[in-house]
Write a new protein. Structure first.
Length: 64
């Protein structure tokens, strides 16, 4: 999940920057790349939560 999160953040960011450049030049652009940035950040958040949960579970198991 972590790798896909970073991939989506990078490609979504590049897409959003490209759309911004087109919009500044007066063309019609689509800011759909922002959707991929948000999805990528969500996947990174889930990955971080999962790591924390596993760490807490390991800590709980060692205390028993």
């Amino acid at each position: 999940m972590k790798v896909w999160g970073w991939i989506l953040v990078v490609f979504g960011g590049l897409s959003a920057v490209g759309a911004f450049v087109v919009a500044v030049e007066g063309g019609e652009s689509n800011f759909g790349g922002i959707t991929f940035v948000v999805l990528g950040l969500y996947l990174l958040h889930l990955s971080k939560q999962k790591q924390k949960q596993q760490k807490d579970q390991k800590k709980w198991d060692n205390e028993s």
